[in-house]
Design a protein around this ligand. Sequence first.
Ligand SMILES: Nc1ncnc2c1ncn2[C@@H]1O[C@H](COP(=O)(O)OP(=O)(O)O)[C@@H](O)[C@H]1O
Ligand SMILES: [Mg+2]
Length: 235
Amino acid sequence: MSAPIIEIRDVSKTYAASEARPALADLSLEVAAGEALAVLGPSGSGKSTLLNLIAGLDRPSRGTVRVAGTAVHALGEAALAGYRRERIGMVFQFFNLLDDLTVEDNVLIPAQLAGVPKAEARERANGLLTRLGIVRHARDYPGTLSGGQRQRVAVARALMNNPPLLLADEPTGALDSASAAEVRELLGALVAEGRTLVLVTHDTGLAAQCATRVIELVDGRLTRDVRNSPVAVAR
Ligand SMILES: Nc1ncnc2c1ncn2[C@@H]1O[C@H](COP(=O)(O)OP(=O)(O)O)[C@@H](O)[C@H]1O
Ligand SMILES: [Mg+2]
């Protein structure tokens, strides 16, 4: 197997507001490139905290987080911003789209931040929107789209800089069942083509469809780590 893309060693995270109980306690975890890891566990078990540490949105209290060789825990603010821009694509439960920008302009943001020339960025955005079946909504505003369409826009934005790692926090958590099915299929297809994915979810159907491995957190500790068969190519 190839070198792990994520290496988490003895990580603990305690928030200042909740001194007594750590959100993560002595967690170690390696994720190989091409794996699709589903993180399950009850509310408050540390799932979002884990994702945020990998994304460089927060820092561990102790321990180390390495992603593709980068010591994320040790980066300064400017380097962290660059890390997030180039290495991480992130999808959230409530989409986090900018409602006063068009779909296309939302998807263009990561490329603009990375200084990609406008024409090239537009071409890339167009390709992604076409692939994700939403190009006809390029000039529309997110507020006019269904939840499933909005989440596809968020996925397109996450893929804009072609990051080696895709992170998703409850990506079907706010969707009706038809939209959830769309997003499951999309994420399954991305995994089938070899994208590395870390997925926090309560949606066991999503885990079953997309994940090659499932871990469970309880009270900030790893209580289960199971490898599934590889995800079949979704066609
Ligand atoms: N910014 C924060 N400040 C203080 N406590 C937090 C913060 N974020 C999360 N926590 C606490 O850390 C624990 C784990 O939270 P979280 O990682 O959000 O869990 P999950 O995503 O599994 O629901 C919870 O007890 C939560 O209240
Ligand atoms: Mg959470």
